[in-house]
Ligand binder design. Sequence first.
Ligand code: PA5
Length: 438
Amino acid sequence: MKVTFKKDYLKDFVADSEVELLKPAAGLARDTLLARTGVGNEMEDWLTLPTDHDQGEFTRILKAAGKIKSDSKVLVVIGIGGSYLGARAVIEFLKSEFHNEKAAKAGLPEVYFVGTSASGRYIDDVINLIGDRDFSINIISKSGTTTEPAIAFRVFKSLIEKKYGKDEASKRIFATTDANKGALLDVAKENGYERFIVPDGIGGRYSVLSAVGLLPIAVAGIDIKQLLAGAKAAQDDFAKDEDILAKPSILYAIYRNILYRKGFDVETIVGYEPQFRYLFEWWKQLMAESEGKDNKGIYPTSAIFSTDLHSIGQYIQDGKKILFETILDITKPISDRVVPAADDDTDHLDYLLNRPIKEVNEAALTATAQAHTSAGVPNILLQLDDLDEFNLGNLIYFFEAAVSVSGYLNAINPFDQPGVEIYKTNMFRILGKPGYTK
Ligand code: PA5
């Protein structure tokens, strides 16, 4: 039911004494977070989000999701970075990369994500996919001014108003934005859209368990109460008074910091299920924006094995020893498919006859971990016992807590993202936005 941290593949790389030496610093980092006295503390409301969220808003999210499910075949989610990655990660992790095909069969709305690039072609494709079907929009932007989603919203707002008329369209547009400021807030107020709040004290990459993630996730038919329950269990564990080395998030923070200090500058998160892809995209944002600053930080990348064993697997095995891997594994089989019988054994696979394909996947994991560690690539192993809402909620909080402790251990503010803002401002200047021309 919870994340387990396994050090089976780490013994050649990190000594227990090193962990003991970083333990006091990690304990201080955690205490500082819990006391909200550290740098960036104004952005730490994610710490208690699983228990302290607005109940009234939560009920409205469920109601809005119910409405969208009943009157729409498609939900267009418009947002970028932290304003879309969490929702997409959860939907694809739990429903697979074929979630839209499955939703269509199950009578649930398909969910498409737009505004993550300034690609007119991508927008056209989504418009064509919607066709003449009923749809709704969830526009998500904390600042309400980010260019790519703002343009996409202009396009889809015009489309939905043309299809339904302004009044009906305004009942099909849901705006998730800052409570008090931003252009999107003004548009939402002016048109009477139902509004949800991106909480002030929570940055985009820590916002998946707020309305930012929860509305699209609920529309996809996922149990958001269980998601929050799993996160709450991780919140309780993180705050619990016990040996901090009993906490998986602290262990993860300590081990990755020790590896970083030994020259392993890159962390590749690895999974053996294709549906982990977007969770890893979310993880990359969380890690990169939290830690990559002041000319330091671990560079986060991801891989799906066995697929990528046949591409970057070569580099990991034999290339420069700059990276370590963090494997995410689900212990319970998520499919009971077995290797089937054939007319004859010409393909020499009968030795696997009737054995679960999961067993083959596990063999790939063990074989790869052995191969990579023997070549000098440390492997952290994280396990969940099942692929469900509770476990995923637990994992989300686990990563948020771990990167916060890790950031403090590396003496940076894990809650700002000044680098991202620079490109946004440059873009305003290049495009000639009033007020940004100098
Ligand atoms: O983590 C972050 O804060 C960023 O990635 C933002 O989520 C992203 O830039 C989108 O910003 P906004 O929601 O203001 O449009």
